[in-house]
Ligand binder design. Structure first.
Ligand code: TRP
Length: 346
C-alpha cells in the first residue's frame, strides 16, 4: 500500500493512523500577527488531530550568514513564541532542524536528483539573485532541496504554506515522484498544501503595501508591548475619509477593517462599518479600538513569551524530546531511502 494511502485517516476506525502535517519557519526575527492568524492559530487547533511536526529551520536561515551571537537567540525566540502561542510539545513534535542530521543526509541524496536548471528557474531564487547579487551562494540555489528534505524526511502528507512557498512545495512533489520512479519504490508520498478555511488568512500590513511580512517592516509582533502596538496602529496609513454614503473602501481602510475582523467582536466591526457607511467615521477612534483589541490577544502571549524564554530548563527539555521524536521518524525514512538507493552493509 502506498504510504499516503496507508496514512490516510479512516474516520470511523478508532485505530486509524493519523496523517502527517509538517511546517517549518526560518529563525529570523519575531513572529507577527500574520504568522499568528495565518498559521500558528491553526496549528494550535490541529495539533491533536494530526501527527504534527513543527520545526525551526535554522539551517535555512544560514543563507544570509547571521552573526554567531544572534544565531542561537533567534532560534530560542521563535521556539519561545511558538510555545507561548499554544503549541503543545506533548501533542506536536517541536524541533530544531539542525538537531536532526538525517535531514542533511537526505538533502545530499536529493541533490543528486535535483537539476540545476530547475533550481535556477525557481522564482524565489531569481528574486534573491536580484536583491543580493553579492551573495548568490549554493545554499540559496538548493534551498528548495533542503525544504523538500524537511518535508520528505517525515513523509508528510500536508504542508500548510503561503503563496510564496507553493513553488517549493511543488518541487518537493517533483523530487518525491522522481525518487520513487527512479528507484521503483513508493518511499515518499506527495505532500499537498493544507489550506485553512474560516478566518481570513491574508493579514495586511499597516502601511498599505499589502501583506504583513517580516522583511516588509510593516508588522505588529506578538512580542510588541502595548505602547509599541498603539503607536504602530495609530500611524497606520489612512485617507481623508469617505465623502459619499456607502462608498467602496480604499485598500488602506479595507486593511484596517480586515484586522478589526480578526481581533474584535462582531458588534465592534458592525459599529465602525455603519460609521463608514454614513460618513461619520473617525479613524482615530477606529485605530484606538483596533489597538486595544490587538493588545487583548497579544499581551497575554507576550507575557508567556517572556516567562518561557527565561526558562532554560523547560526549553531544553522541549528541544530534547522533540529532537528524539523527530530523529526516530527521520531515521526510519532514511533507512528506506538508503535501501532503495542501494547502500548495503559490509
Ligand atoms: N521556506 C519556508 C519559508 O521561508 C520555511 C521552511 C523551511 C518550510 N522548510 C520548510 C516550510 C518545510 C514548510 C515546510 O517560509
Amino acid at each position: 500500500m502506498p504510504a499516503a494511502k496507508q496514512l490516510r485517516r479512516l474516520f470511523n476506525d478508532t485505530t486509524y493512523t493519523m496523517e502527517t502535517v509538517l511546517s517549518g519557519i526560518r529563525s529570523t526575527g519575531h513572529l507577527h500577527l500574520g504568522n499568528y492568524f495565518g498559521a500558528l492559530k491553526n496549528f494550535v487547533k490541529i495539533q491533536d488531530k494530526y501527527n504534527c511536526y513543527f520545526f525551526i529551520a535554522d539551517l535555512h536561515s544560514l543563507t544570509t550568514h547571521p552573526h554567531p551571537d544572534d544565531f542561537h537567540a533567534s532560534v530560542k525566540t521563535i521556539l519561545a513564541e511558538y510555545l507561548a502561542a499554544g503549541l503543545d510539545p506533548e501533542k506536536a513534535t517541536l524541533y530544531i532542524q539542525s538537531d536532526v542530521p538525517e535531514v542533511s543526509e537526505l538533502y545530499v541524496l536529493l541533490n543528486m536528483i535535483a537539476y540545476v536548471g530547475e533550481l535556477e528557474r525557481t522564482v524565489t531564487f531569481k528574486e534573491k539573485v536580484r536583491q543580493n547579487p553579492d551573495n548568490v551562494n549554493a545554499g540559496l540555489l538548493t534551498y528548495p532541496v533542503l525544504m523538500a528534505s524537511d518535508i520528505l524526511i517525515h513523509r508528510a502528507n500536508w504542508v500548510p504554506v503561503g503563496k510564496d512557498q507553493e513553488q517549493h512545495l511543488e518541487m518537493a512533489r517533483v523530487y518525491a515522484r522522481r525518487f520513487n520512479s527512479m528507484y521503483g519504490v513508493e518511499v515518499f508520498p506527495e505532500a499537498h498544501n493544507l489550506v485553512f478555511t474560516g478566518e481570513a488568512i491574508k493579514v495586511p500590513g499597516l502601511d498599505g503595501t499589502g501583506k504583513m511580512g517580516k522583511s516588509n517592516g510593516n508588522g505588529i509582533y506578538l512580542y510588541d508591548d502595548e505602547k509599541t502596538i498603539t503607536k504602530k496602529v495609530m500611524k497606520a496609513v489612512t485617507d481623508s475619509g469617505p465623502t459619499e454614503p456607502n462608498s467602496p473602501m480604499p485598500q488602506v481602510i479595507e486593511n484596517l477593517f480586515t484586522l478589526l475582523r480578526l481581533v474584535s467582536d462582531q458588534s465592534t466591526v458592525d459599529y465602525f462599518t455603519e460609521k463608514w457607511n454614513d460618513c461619520s467615521i473617525r479613524y482615530g477612534d477606529l485605530k484606538k479600538q483596533l489597538a486595544q483589541d490587538i493588545c487583548k490577544i497579544t499581551l497575554p502571549i507576550k507575557e508567556k513569551i517572556d516567562a518561557i524564554y527565561n526558562d532554560d530548563a523547560y526549553l531544553s527539555k522541549v528541544v530534547a524530546s522533540g529532537r528524539d521524536r523527530a530523529r526516530a521518524s527521520a531515521s526510519a525514512t532514511l533507512t528506506e531511502v538508503r535501501k532503495a538507493i542501494g547502500f548495503r552493509a559490509f
